[in-house]
Design a protein around this ligand. Sequence first.
Ligand SMILES: C[S@@+](CC[C@H](N)C(=O)[O-])C[C@H]1O[C@@H](n2cnc3c(N)ncnc32)[C@H](O)[C@@H]1O
Length: 306
Amino acid sequence: MHEVIITNYELRIIMILPKPSLEDIEIHLLLEGVYQYYGYDFRNYALSSIKRRILSFMQLEGFANISILQERLLHNPNYLERFLLALTVNVTSMFRDPSFYNTFRSQVIPFLQTYPFIRVWHAGCSTGEEVYSMAILLEEEGLYHRCRIYATDTNEKVLQNAKSGIFSLKLMQEYTQLYLKAGGKKSFSEYYTAAYDNAIFRASLRENIVFAQHNLATDSSFNEFNVILCRNVLIYFNQILQKRVHELFYNSLCTFGILGLGRQESIRFTPYEQQYEEIVKGEKIYRKIGVRGHRDALTHRDFNRK
Ligand SMILES: C[S@@+](CC[C@H](N)C(=O)[O-])C[C@H]1O[C@@H](n2cnc3c(N)ncnc32)[C@H](O)[C@@H]1O
């Protein structure tokens, strides 16, 4: 145990914090080095999960300790890409949590129909499955031609996959089920062509999508959006980084803009809790309402009339 003494003017509080383990200190130094040298900032990722990923990477690559890994990483830039891929969790799916898409169709689409032009930001889009899912949904609802979708991720490698629009054919049976549960209106196979082991998605679905690298830990906003979807990304961040990202999203959304989060994520206990209302309980789809109280004074319809 070690003592951290925080002195308040009248009150002297002594907080006893557990001494960090040697491993935690090494991880801290490693992430600091990667940030200082390469600019990739993992310093505010949730410690338990980043630690797990670093340790499993070390085991796979045969490093005896973190300092050896640090030496290799800082002196060999070619090694960085492998490390970055190992640090981020890229698991994704088409129409993941289909009830999210159902709610989006029934509750958000009518609201988006009132806009002449719609900007959507998928932050942390991984290999793009959720972006294509949204493009399909918007097309079926007759809105795609009015949309520009910005699909971003910190990881250049997964973005390459996303841009290609090619996914494993083996997954299509599962995705068809999810598409139907999500309220899909057509036959899912209309959206892709099978070629050997691949499902190649229609190029027209990509027409209004811009894929770009963007790091939520270090980059700023690049537009004003009607919809921001950032699902299953914030769970990997600590509270400091979550707060930064919520601030970024709040400032990037137009008034009455929509924020969609993952199942295990929430706006609760963030400084922005009062600035959003949840559209359907549990679906993690929120509407920006600004400071509480304004909502009562100004409805979305009023806003659109101005
Ligand atoms: C688990 S995937 C989620 C993919 C998709 N949003 C979904 O819900 O299926 C998390 C993604 O967040 C990305 N990510 C992690 N840290 C990021 C950061 N600082 N900025 C942008 N994207 C990040 C990862 O590269 C990964 O592709």
